[in-house]
Design a protein around this ligand. Structure first.
Ligand SMILES: Cc1ncc(COP(=O)(O)O)c(C=O)c1O
Length: 186
């Protein structure tokens, strides 16, 4: 039986008229109302298994009760925090935790990015600073984000890149070393 997507399709049309076209990859008219664990529900009441875990950002599942509880608790104390101007104990605790669970026994420092793109820009800066070399290799078809550094790394053709150059220099795109998914014919 075909799914009813009436409200989803209407909202997708509304969204298209007012949202930047570079900001979405519209595979399917999925307008999410809520999520719980691995299941997400759209505004027409259809359920889906989120095999992508929202691009890996919700590996504990959608709205895990402990995550919801932690967000509620934190929002009662402090919502906005700018690490440049002040310190905050829960961040220090989180940093210690991250250092403890990441592999390797050496002195570690943590950098908090605002999103994946910001983290990749941070990686470019750190790699160039640490090696004193500027050339970077990125893979064709890999997506790294939407900030200037991250979109310069991204080897995919997206409207968000076209006509916005020059991009960050000295980034070279190479095929992924996988003989089954080579971009070359044959
Ligand atoms: C592999 C990968 N890297 C980077 C990003 C960029 O992350 P963000 O959208 O949080 O900036 C994404 C986002 O989809 C991604 O899938």
């Amino acid at each position: 039986m075909a799914r009813n997507l009436e409200k989803c399709l209407r909202l997708v049309d509304e969204d298209k008229a007012i949202t930047s076209p570079g900001a979405k990859v519209p595979y399917y008219p999925l307008v999410v109302r809520k999520g719980s664990g691995a299941i997400i529900e759209d505004v027409d009441g259809n359920s889906y298994i989120d095999l992508l875990a929202s691009a890996g950002a919700v590996n504990t599942g959608h709205c895990h009760p402990r995550v919801v509880e932690a967000i509620k608790k934190q929002s009662e104390n402090l919502i906005l925090y700018t690490h440049v101007y002040m310190y905050h104990e829960p961040i220090i605790d989180l940093t210690k935790e991250l250092i403890a669970i990441t592999p390797g026994q050496y002195r570690k420092r943590v950098f908090y990015g605002l999103c994946g793109s910001d983290s990749n820009d941070g990686a470019i800066k750190m790699a160039r600073w640490a090696t004193k070399r500027s050339k970077i290799i990125a893979f064709i078809r890999a997506y790294h984000g939407s900030t200037f550094g991250a979109m310069s790394l991204s080897g995919v053709s997206l409207p968000m890149v076209r006509g916005m150059g020059p991009l960050v220099p000295e980034i070279y795109h190479v095929p992924f070393p996988d003989p089954y998914r080579t971009p070359l014919p044959g």
